[in-house]
Design a protein around this ligand. Sequence first.
Ligand SMILES: [Zn+2]
Length: 142
Amino acid sequence: MQKGLLHHIEIYVSNLKQTNEFWGWLLKELGYSSFQEWENGHSWKLGDTYIVFVQAEDKFLDPPYHRCRVGLNHLAFHTSSRQQVDEMTRKLTERKVKILYHDKHPFAGGDNHYAVYFEDPDRIKVELVAPECSSTKGCVDS
Ligand SMILES: [Zn+2]
């Protein structure tokens, strides 16, 4: 095991059912499998890292999450290729998930950063990134 790699991330959510529908689909697309499930939580695992979503208690639902406040801004995941970013963008659009920074997509993160940005049901921002392209002549996926 590589020392220092993320072991797990745990996120409190406002509506676990909605979160499970969204993240269950998304994480399976990225190769994760369902790991642990209990009344107030669900986790998905890939390799040695897992992501846990837990239902927040009612008394902590207000104020709601906002990514511009102190705390988590976004989660970014590797994809296998630019084609996978494109395919996921299409699937997200089919699922009526709004693509962020649409005018700059897929280069909202910079000229050599091929990615799609969107929000989860709590408006946590999510980013899917293609492998970095080192070619000066343009990126060709294998
Ligand atoms: Zn990012």
